[in-house]
Ligand binder design. Structure first.
Ligand code: 3PG
Ligand code: CO
Length: 555
């Protein structure tokens, strides 16, 4: 019979305070000038790496190790934190959608039947990120969905695109729009009225996260639903080309635009009787739009007109909130996470990050679940992120504030696990600004130091790791690993995550003597961290968890 009770670890004590630090976007790569972690002054992380070899190692943070379809899939924070917290590897978003599209089961589900009701007299709108990044969405899935929906009765289709340049190269959006236009032309040849209706850059239009800045979602709403935007074009290719000509712009930050017909009328506002699908599989940057589309009571911005639509997400974005109510593919059901086990075994837990990553150490960590397991045992602290700026302007972000809160939580003695995410290397790495990313890495390192110092003071244990790579490689490379140049001879900046492994370091005065990394888990990944942490809290992990990374040598 199932029980939440974890067995006592035969050799490791309970009751040690443990700091669990996740550096977001901090991978391990060759030391060269595009490795911002190498370039930055990072004495604390350096000392962990140069310390005892049995207390520092690398683990996989991409591809199959985190439930993604192939080894070419870079890691991301959602799947990374899911694996870290769940201790097991679940087929993830992209893979679930691939399976459902390949088998055709996506068209047999409740979600598709629901939106299909609108096909006879309404328009099918698809809203989402247009790229092959594979973090939030994939263009090939959109292509399959367009084909599948049109074969199943959709006669009028409008695509609302969000340009990327964050999970793929900046400047690649034009190519993706051209590819999509080609498909839509083919659909039109078959008598289906299919067009791009609106667009904008993902970081400026629609894809905000964790309620950081609702004006981003509003800009999208105005373009997608109301058909209103500061820019009008008759072609999306032209729109992206023209808007990119402005100084200091990039695919991520293109302003919103709508496509209009020859008489200047928007071709695809969303109206009563239409069907809407948000085609991102990843939740964090679609939840806000899902709320705007679905909630009757909504006060985040003035929606002006709320069309009566049938709406489905590619996946359900929040299981707890049941949001959206309808979805095309069922999400991975992640149960019995390490967070829940530990709380149920008496481990008092503190979790903290700033807004842009707060959901990562709470919601994603806890298996895509909002809220506390046991309010009397847990405290989750969100430090408001700077909003309305790009993070290269403030590369230190809130690292110091996060570290101070963690330090205070450690020194208070009220918690057994103190878990934080330090966003700098990822968020600033995504801007592609190398100098700022160096500053970001230094700031994260200083935050780690403050937390480790507090652990030293209370005789605790630390585990320092990361969720995926980013700042350790800022340039696109060829197969041999040499930087790639663009037509003008400039290096191609890599704004995305990487395929690199990430470090795991353990230590602290509370670490029992003899604890060391095993040598027989060479392919360990992020999912092995949960069992490791359970051991360090004095417990044996459940049988179905990925194995622990540590052993205790007889002294
Ligand atoms: C983003 O949403 O910012 C990127 O696509 C992925 O970032 P994350 O996986 O590190 O949150
Ligand atoms: Co990232």
């Amino acid at each position: 019979e199932f029980s939440w009770k974890l067995a006592d670890h035969p050799k490791l004590p309970k009751g040690k305070q443990l700091a669990l630090v996740v550096l977001d976007g901090w991978g391990e790569a060759n030391p060269d000038k595009y490795n911002c972690i190498h370039v930055a002054e990072t004495p604390t992380m350096d000392s962990l790496k140069q310390g005892a070899p049995e207390k520092w190692r690398l683990v996989k943070a991409h591809g199959k190790a985190v439930g993604l379809p192939t080894e070419d899939d870079m890691g991301n924070s959602e799947v990374g934190h899911n694996a870290l917290g769940a201790g097991r590897i679940y087929a993830q978003g992209a893979k679930l959608v691939d399976i459902a599209l390949a088998s055709g089961s996506i068209y047999d589900g409740e979600g598709f039947s629901y939106i299909k009701e609108c096909f006879a007299s309404g328009t099918l709108h698809l809203i989402g990120l247009l790229s092959d990044g594979g973090v939030h969405s994939r263009i090939d899935q959109l292509q399959l969905l367009l084909k599948g929906a049109s074969e199943r009765g959709a006669k009028r289709i409008r695509v609302h695109i969000l340009t990327d340049g964050r999970d793929c190269l900046d400047g690649s959006s034009i190519g993706f729009v051209e590819t999509l236009e080609k498909d839509l032309t083919e659909l039109r040849a078959k008598g289906i009225d299919a067009q791009i209706a609106s667009g904008g850059g993902r970081m400026y239009v629609t894809m905000d996260r964790y309620e950081n800045d609702w004006s981003v979602v509003k800009r999208g709403w105005d373009a997608q639903v109301l058909g209103e935007a500061p820019y009008q074009f008759t072609s999306a290719v032209e729109a992206v080309k023209k808007l990119r000509e402005a100084p200091n712009t990039s695919d991520q930050y293109l302003p919103p635009f709508v496509i209009v017909d020859d008489s200047g009328k928007p071709v695809g506002p969303i109206v009563d009787g239409d069907a809407v699908v948000t085609m991102n599989f990843r939740a964090d940057r679609m939840v806000m739009l899902a709320k705007a589309l679905e909630y009757e009571d909504f006060d985040k911005f003035d929606r002006v007109r709320v069309p009566k639509i049938r709406y489905a997400g590619m996946l359900q974005y929040d299981g707890e909130l049941k949001l959206p109510n309808r979805y095309l593919v069922s999400p991975p059901l992640i149960e019995r996470t390490s967070g829940e086990y530990l709380v149920k075994n008496g481990v008092r837990t503190f979790a903290c990050s700033e807004t842009v990553k707060f959901g990562h150490v709470t919601f994603f960590w806890n298996g895509n679940r909002s809220g506390y397991f046991d309010e009397s045992m847990e405290e989750y602290v969100e430090i408001p992120s700077d909003s309305g700026i790009t993070f290269n302007v403030q590369p230190k972000m809130k690292a110091l504030e996060i570290a101070e809160r963690a330090r205070d939580a450690i020194l208070s003695g009220k918690f057994d696990q103190i878990r934080v995410n330090l966003p700098n290397s990822d968020m600033v790495g995504h801007t592609g600004d190398i100098d700022a990313t160096v500053v970001a890495c230094k700031a994260a390192d200083e935050a780690v130091k403050m937390i480790l110092d507090a652990i030293e003071q209370v005789g605790g244990i630390y585990v320092v790791t990361a969720d995926h790579g980013n700042a350790e490689d800022m340039v696109k490379r060829n197969k041999k690993g040499d930087p790639l140049l663009d037509k003008a001879g400039k290096i191609q900046i890599l704004t995305s995550h990487t395929l690199q492994p990430v470090p795991v370091a353990i230590g602290g005065p509370g670490l029992a003597s003899g604890v060391r990394f095993r040598k027989d888990v060479p392919n360990g990944g992020l999912a092995n961290v949960a069992a490791t942490v359970m051991n360090l809290h004095g417990f044996v992990a459940p049988d179905d968890y990925e194995t622990t990374l540590i052993e205790v040598a007889d002294s």
